[in-house]
Design a protein around this ligand. Structure first.
Ligand SMILES: [Ca+2]
Ligand SMILES: [Ca+2]
Ligand SMILES: [Ca+2]
Length: 380
């Protein structure tokens, strides 16, 4: 009985052993659970793989991330989807799923970023200052306006603030002629541009301008030294022209007003005019030597009034008051000392304030038109 019992136990043991042997096929050759991404490389750059959070990150020195092909190493016997060697759009995060041999899965989130930040398109003028006064900047119309308490706007130096990495032309700190609108172009880092229109309004009256009238017309004596051309441009900017002296009455009225205008002689000297003090009036022979014209707005060809040098002659009985030895009325004979086109050339018509070796105060001299002199504006 004991033997049978022992045999039964033995049989039962073998039965159990045998029945277990079917399962042993799988438990002995266990399927792998490994499902790691061990290496993730794009363009030769290895990603950082966080094994805990399953996040993979990679920085590339390129801006376009929409089609990048990674090379992926994974655990033995695992598979990955999407596959290694297949391009993906990394402009957003891409999820890679690794499936282990045993069918279990792990997801990795891959984020690629660019070390190339895009070039800035910022191109604003944020501040525009002249003489400490801030201009008004209209961001919509790109118009910049500023009013200053001065009459001479021909050489003002703005200080300009612009967007980071942008450039502006003309540059900040460089003087411009604001007697007319000036366009400033701002170029962003990415090469795009914005144009700003800058208008400066000057004072309408000033201690630098004395006004008088003659024969129903208004005149201004401007006590700011400019070249003949700049003076003409300034006159035009104010709605007038450098005065055209048509007769003795007008000449006398102008000279009388000049004498009352509190002019500091040393501020309006023509060195080539015997070192005397002068003001510009509207004549010149800039275009053709010896062809003197009234052209006080510096537009068109002007009205001829004198031909030749000091031995020349008037055109169409025009009034002239060239420098001469005695302060006598104009004589038809050749007694003028001017115009003499002295030195390297003299093409601007100046009225003397204090006389010079070849003429008296009030008389005219041709002097270098690039001298900077005060001037007289006539208005119609
Ligand atoms: Ca006149
Ligand atoms: Ca000349
Ligand atoms: Ca001269």
């Amino acid at each position: 009985m004991k033997l049978i019992q022992q045999q039964f136990i033995l049989l039962a043991f073998f039965l159990v052993l045998f029945s277990c042997s079917d399962d042993n096929d799988s438990t002995l050759i266990e399927k792998s659970t490994a499902k790691e991404i061990t290496d993730f490389t794009i363009d030769g750059v290895k990603a950082t793989i966080d094994k805990t959070t399953k996040k993979i990150s990679l920085k590339l020195a390129k801006q376009n991330l929409t089609s990048l092909t990674p090379t992926i190493q994974i655990s033995d016997k695992a598979t990955v989807s999407p596959k290694s060697g297949v391009a993906q759009d990394f402009s957003k995060a891409v999820t890679y799923t690794v499936t282990a041999e045993d069918g279990s899965k792990e997801s990795y989130e891959v984020s690629v970023s660019s070390t190339n930040t895009p070039k800035s398109d910022a191109k604003e003028i944020t501040e525009f200052i002249i003489d400490g006064k801030k201009a008004t900047i209209d961001k919509t119309t790109k118009k910049i306006t500023l009013s200053l308490n001065k009459t001479d706007l021909t050489s003002l130096t703005p200080t300009i603030q612009i967007s980071d990495k942008a450039t502006v032309s003309p540059k900040s700190g460089v003087a411009q002629d604001f007697s007319k609108a000036v366009t400033y172009t701002v170029t962003a880092e990415d090469g795009t541009t914005t144009a700003y229109n800058v208008s400066v309004t000057g004072a309408t009256t000033s201690t630098n301008i004395s006004t008088f009238t003659h024969n129903g017309k208004k005149y201004e004596i401007v006590k700011e030294a400019k070249t003949w051309e700049a003076a003409a441009a300034f006159a035009v900017g104010r709605g007038g022209y450098l005065t055209e002296v048509n007769d003795k009455a007008e000449q006398d009225a102008i000279f009388q007003a000049l004498n009352k205008a509190s002019i500091t002689m040393t501020n309006t000297v023509a060195p080539d005019g015997g070192g005397g003090a002068y003001v510009w009036i509207g004549g010149n022979d800039i275009t053709t030597e010896g062809s003197w014209v009234w052209n006080g707005n510096n537009q068109g060809s002007g009205t001829p009034f004198w031909t030749g040098n000091r031995t020349g002659s008037v055109v169409n009985s025009a009034y002239v008051n060239w420098g001469r030895q005695t302060n006598s009325p104009v004589d038809a004979s050749s007694k003028f000392n001017e115009p003499d086109n002295f030195g390297t050339g003299q093409d601007g018509l100046a009225l003397s304030l204090n006389g010079w070796p070849l003429g008296f105060a009030g008389q005219w001299n041709d002097v270098d038109h690039t001298n900077k002199l005060f001037f007289v504006i006539e208005f119609n």
